[in-house]
Design a protein around this ligand. Sequence first.
Ligand code: SAM
Ligand code: SF4
Length: 329
Amino acid sequence: MLVDNHGRHIDYVRIAVTDKCNLRCFYCMPEEGIDFVKRKELLTYEETLRLVDVLSANGVNKVRITGGEPFLRKGIMSFFTELASNDRLSKIAITTNGTLTEGHLDELIKLGITSFNLSIDSIDPKRFNDITRRDLFNTVWSCYEAMLKKGVDLKLNAVVMKGQNIDDLIPMVALGRDTPVSVRFIEEMPFNGGGDYTPELEWNYMKILEHISSAYPNINKLKDAKSSTSLNYQVEGYKGTFGIIPAYTRSFCGSCNRIRITPTGVLKTCLYDSGVFNVKDIIRAGATDQQLLEAIQNAISHRALDGFEAERNRTGFGPVGESMATIGG
Ligand code: SAM
Ligand code: SF4
């Protein structure tokens, strides 16, 4: 088992397989001038699978593949096939923007990959296209409908942004009236790739909940899973649920069970840290599996207590501001 210096068990790894994306969500990355990682700097699939092998032999049973947009990386379906053959994993999940995903759904389901977080910040086509700076709403909506039809375990992710998608909150909760979808509203974080937009966190989780409660007085609080990052609710009589993720308020750190791997192989023990060590560097220097495990154990044994401590301890990076596409969310 991997246990950190605060007694938290690590059983979940989130892996961003690329920093590239075909959308330009303004809260995540600037419109242009992005210096994407070169192919040889990426952790290869082989290296990633070896890392997952070491982690899964030591108690990690859940993997999330994210990005950038994971379906943009060449060979991703062969990678999923290999990953799915690791029978120590009880869950493989994917976070995707849904622009290139629909055509792969049947194959993924066959592999046993049935858990998807689909990012959709607005269900109004114009607002969606304004936020993502691309014209792909219909493609993403079609993916949403296909996912519903195929009955996958589906969560919709929406970042809540002042002046952008507040009018979507109530209609997005309403999606759960007849469908078993879980909509999760995420507090906006400053990981926007150094763009000129500075979020003021007016729309924190309390304000989001108050806003939804004003339209739906009959909301029940659900019991949250132990390491859940979302506070979960259900409108009485609805099939679906909704959750709020206090990603900026950081009230969930006490039960954090996850580590992250960036596209270049940097291991992060907290979303807000600046990276602890580079897995790729030690693998390419000839580390054995045991040495790789020891490096991971060492990182985990120096873990910040929470996202505030991790942010204070950042080295070489300056304030939080890198693109979320280089972290994976
Ligand atoms: N491209 C895929 C997608 O959009 O689902 C996967 C990568 S994306 C970085 C993962 C998640 O991070 C998305 O749900 C996105 O909304 C969220 N995200 C990106 N930037 C964020 C920010 N500044 N604050 C909060 N969430 C953010
Ligand atoms: Fe791309 Fe996802 Fe970032 Fe949007 S949030 S720009 S879809 S990586």
